[in-house]
Design a protein around this ligand. Structure first.
Ligand SMILES: *Cc1c(COP(=O)(O)O)cnc(C)c1O
Length: 388
């Protein structure tokens, strides 16, 4: 079905940050399948894990123990400080799990119609509950009636959340992205998550972080909340977790980890041996190769270099970023830059109409980071000079 306005190109294979199209042309990938391919393409460790597991066992069922699922859960828990994990096949499903946890948690406290605070400009997925949670009318339009149970607040506004806390006893949780990804790499104040944590503690609410885009090292820490000195009650992951193998995860801590009990949730495919083995290889590689620290360093280099080239240009509103989540916000819609970059052999993305978004693989070398910076800066300069 025609759900995507596609670029006129198809790729046959990749290696590291490079992709080749059906005509043999090579591209540098500064999008990584939208924050999925943190290790780049055809990473040998992931390929080896997949091939070996495929020759042994693809799937049994969650009716039985799954060794690689347990290993992955242990690894993710140790890295994040969380206690339990539910595995799904996508980000939206991971968020559905979080929403179900919040609702059960509310009902257990005698709140029959529990509400979750969600933010303006957020993105949480395309299923009915997650599009209802999403703060973008374009995602929701035409799909009414929306799922109930969400209360909206402006992003990066603690006072607005405190005002809801004072007036609405039906709230049981906050669902929020540490950095808004689809919303345009919107980075809140440094103490925003700490403030939300305090409000949640004071009201017995669950703090639920959507780290589907920010997680697995992209922010320069394993998880973006680790830039703050907090632990969330719930955290969702997907995108980079399998480096392209579909897998999502909902992690929970403390009381939130005990909410789901046998029969309350499930998934046929979720956490199967193939996906979990691949994700274990991803975690292992990120760890062994020091890629989380590398993401912080490369991201800082790119943000500084982009700032030097672009920040003072008329038409550039802001250059910003956190690790390998990078954005150049312009003062006008700039979707055509995507096609121009493609012609120049570079994959980029424009989100929220005016924001050039870069989500390169964490593995890129300094030289490739420089190529991305120079190509993007040249394209934006030319675009701003010719656009009226
Ligand atoms: C991509 C994304 C989702 C949705 O993930 P899918 O795998 O496409 O369902 C949810 N939340 C955030 C923050 C995302 O970036």
């Amino acid at each position: 079905m025609q759900t995507y306005a596609r670029q006129p190109v198809s790729f046959t294979h990749g290696e590291g940050p490079w992709l080749w199209d059906t005509g043999g042309k090579r591209y540098l990938d500064a999008l990584g399948g939208i924050a999925v391919c943190g290790l780049g393409h055809a990473h040998p460790a992931v390929t080896a894990a997949l091939c070996e597991q495929a020759s042994k066992l693809l799937h049994t069922s969650n009716l039985y123990g799954i060794e690689w699922q347990s290993r992955l859960a242990d690894r993710l828990s140790a890295l994040s400080g969380m206690d339990r994990v539910f595995f799904s096949n996508s980000g939206a499903e991971a968020n559905e799990t979080a929403i179900k946890i919040a609702r059960l948690y509310g009902h257990a406290r005698g709140i029959n119609a529990p509400n979750i605070i969600v933010m303006q400009g957020s993105f949480h997925g395309r299923t009915m509950a997650t599009l209802s949670a999403t703060g973008n009318r374009k995602v929701q339009a035409g799909f009414e009636p929306l799922v109930q149970g969400f209360v909206r607040a402006p992003y990066n506004d603690l006072e607005a959340v405190r005002a809801i806390a004072a007036n609405d006893p039906s709230v049981v949780a906050i669902l929020v992205e540490p950095v808004q990804g689809e919303g345009g790499i919107v980075i809140p104040d440094a103490d925003y998550l700490n403030g939300l944590r305090e409000i949640c503690d004071a009201n017995d609410w669950l703090l639920m972080l959507d780290e589907i885009q920010t997680g697995m090292g992209r922010s320069g820490k394993w998880f973006a909340f680790q830039h703050n000195d907090i632990t969330p009650d719930v955290m969702t992951l997907a995108k980079a977790l399998g480096n392209g193998v579909p897998i999502g995860a909902c992690l929970a801590h403390g009381a939130a980890a005990e909410v789901l009990t046998p029969g309350t949730h499930g998934s046929t495919f979720g956490g199967n041996p193939l996906a979990c083995r691949a994700a274990c290889a991803v975690v292992e590689t990120l760890d062994q190769d020091g890629l989380v620290a590398k993401a912080a360093a490369t991201g800082e280099f790119m943000q500084t270099a982009l700032g030097q080239r672009l920040a003072d240009l008329h038409g550039v509103r802001e250059v910003r970023g956190m690790g390998m989540l990078l954005a150049i916000e312009l003062d006008r819609p700039c979707g055509e830059l995507v096609t121009q970059a493609l012609q120049a052999g570079l994959l980029i993305n424009v989100t929220a109409e005016r924001v050039v978004r870069l989500l390169p693989p964490l593995i890129i070398a300094r030289e490739q980071a420089e190529t991305i910076v120079n190509t993007v800066a040249d394209l934006i300069e030319a675009f701003l000079n010719t656009d009226n």
